[in-house]
Every structure is written in C-alpha cells, then in structure tokens.
Design a protein around this ligand. Structure first.
Ligand code: FES
Length: 151
C-alpha cells in the first residue's frame, strides 16, 4: 500500500537524531493515534540550515519526518510554515488516504520548532503557531500524568 519512495525513506530515514544546542525544538502528538514526533532545527539568516527528528510512530510518520527534514533545509521560516501534510505526502509519491494524517506529525512538529525559535528570541509568534503549541503541550501533560513514556 506504500509507494517505493515511502518504503525507501522508512527503511533508510534521513536526518534521524537530535541537534545539540538547536535553535528550536518542536513536538507534535497525534490526537488520533497517540504517536509523536520531536524535531530540532538550526536557523541562520531566517532560513533553516539543518533539521533532525525522532518519531515514535508508523512507517508513514517516519517516512514523512525523513522527507520533511529534507524539504525544509534552505527554506525561510515563512516558506516552511506553508508546507502542508499534502505537500509531504506528494513529495513521497503519495500516501494512502487513511495515512495522510501521519505526515502531520512532521509538518506540525516543524511548526512547533519555529514557535520555539521565535519565542526564545522574543520575536512575534503567529497566533496559529501559538494555538498549536498550547494544544500539543496540554495533550503531553495529560499523557505524562497517565504514565506514558514520551521520546
Ligand atoms: Fe500514528 Fe501513523 S498511525 S502516525
């Protein structure tokens, strides 16, 4: 059910890991399945110059993290905020309909990393990023109190 490209990124994911002293760290937790992605970015002159991720999720989520971290390098923060789950799915030569939401882990984790970057520097944070961040943090707190292990 997966394209060759999805399988290739799933088997050999790019940019897995953390960036020490990253400029931003983002998290996205899926409400529908409980899977989670953490994503680190390094930013220079308003552009992402490096991105790494870790995912506790399905093959589509891993392939999406791999693809997205390749897509964002060299892009401005504004350009990255416009990347949708459909863009990532299409860069992977498609995802099955019921798996498209899995690419949201990557797209929203990078948006949360941008939130973190802007917040740390005292820069204006778009309302959409603020809302996404608050939503994910409250879900994470809920899971922590239930004893779930988070990456
Ligand atoms: Fe949870 Fe794919 S089923 S991210």
């Amino acid at each position: 059910m997966y394209s060759e490209k999805v399988l290739e990124h799933y088997r050999n994911p790019r940019n897995v890991g953390e960036i020490p002293s990253a400029d931003g760290l983002g998290i996205y937790l899926s409400e529908s399945c409980g899977d989670i992605t953490k994503l680190w970015i390094r930013v220079e002159n308003g552009r992402i110059v490096d991105a790494k991720f870790k995912t506790q999720g399905c093959a589509a989520a891993i392939a999406s993290g791999s693809m997205l971290t390749e897509m964002v390098v060299g892009k401005t923060l504004e350009e990255v905020q416009k990347i949708t789950k459909e863009d990532v799915a299409s860069a992977l030569d498609g995802l099955p309909e019921q798996k498209i939401h899995c690419s949201l882990l990557a797209t929203d984790a990078v948006k949360d990393a941008i939130y973190d970057y802007l917040k740390r520097r005292g820069l204006p944070v778009p309302r959409e990023l603020e809302e996404k961040h608050e939503n994910v943090r409250s879900q994470i707190e809920k899971l922590k109190t239930m004893g779930y292990i988070l990456i």
